[in-house]
Design a protein around this ligand. Structure first.
Ligand SMILES: Cc1cc2nc3c(=O)[nH]c(=O)nc-3n(C[C@H](O)[C@H](O)[C@H](O)COP(=O)(O)OP(=O)(O)OC[C@H]3O[C@@H](n4cnc5c(N)ncnc54)[C@H](O)[C@@H]3O)c2cc1C
Length: 208
């Protein structure tokens, strides 16, 4: 709730009210309800959540879900990803053990399918979780969403995995949301800016 601020600058103490969070004031009646509340206990935070990919198979073993791939829960993807991995691994194991394909090739296919399915959301998630100041693109997008409830719902659907990220980020959808002038301005801005690498583009690959 206080990204980028030192602990000492955060509200604390038994009398501190939840009103200290400026964003609530922008959230309609949610802000009113939060302001009417009183903090009952200390906030609990989990600031050091890892984000990493592990190689998900080897001789005699395989990993699914968080064991093989952890993402910051700022986007609620982990449960769906774990179920998807279980399904992909079950298919690979059936193909490998049932003689349709060499087992190693089937498991390597599982890894490729998992990575391809997760990487775009992984990059999106690690960028969100960094709480960096919003880019020009993000500012334009959030500005375009303001007051358009159906579009806000779709964006929240991206965060929870019910709307495919690729659909939302498609040039066609962005053009629809932002309009041609803003798209052109952003494209020109991107061309002028030096390209920056992000940590998100290089997921940590840990050994199991
Ligand atoms: C704060 C937070 C909020 C989240 N919010 C969401 C959300 O809104 N939506 C969403 O989709 N995901 C969310 N996630 C992520 C989600 O919880 C995980 O991605 C998901 O639970 C992973 O499922 P899993 O089965 O892979 O692992 P887990 O749920 O961790 O299950 C693994 C189980 O194995 C047990 N275990 C470990 N070692 C052993 C052992 N040696 N022997 C026997 N048992 C063992 C563990 O105790 C655990 O019960 C959130 C995560 C966090 C931390």
């Amino acid at each position: 709730m206080w990204p980028g601020r030192s602990r000492s600058s955060r509200p604390s103490g038994p009398t501190s009210r939840a009103t200290s969070c400026a964003p609530w004031t922008l959230a309609g009646d949610l802000g009113q309800r939060v302001r009417a509340g009183r903090r009952a206990e200390r906030f609990r935070a989990s600031p050091d959540l890892p984000s990493l990919f592990r190689r998900p198979w080897g001789p005699g073993w395989a990993l699914v879900g968080d064991a093989g791939l952890v993402m910051d829960p700022i986007t609620g993807q982990g449960i769906g990803d774990a179920l998807r991995d279980a399904e992909l691994l079950a298919e690979a194991a059936a193909a490998g053990l049932g003689g349709r394909q060499p087992l190693q090739a089937a498991l390597a296919g599982y890894e490729r399918a998992r990575d391809a399915a997760t990487l775009p959301m992984y990059e999106f998630t690690t960028e969100l979780a960094s709480f960096a100041p919003p880019t020009a693109e993000q500012q334009a997008l959030f500005g375009a969403l303001a007051g358009r409830q159906a579009e806000i719902d779709r964006f929240l659907g991206v965060l929870t995995g019910t709307v495919p990220l690729a659909d939302f980020q498609s040039p066609r959808n962005l053009l629809r949301l932002l309009g041609p002038r803003a798209m052109t301005r952003l494209a020109l801005g991107r061309l002028r800016r030096p390209r920056q690498g992000t940590a998100a583009a290089h997921p940590a690959v840990a050994e199991p």
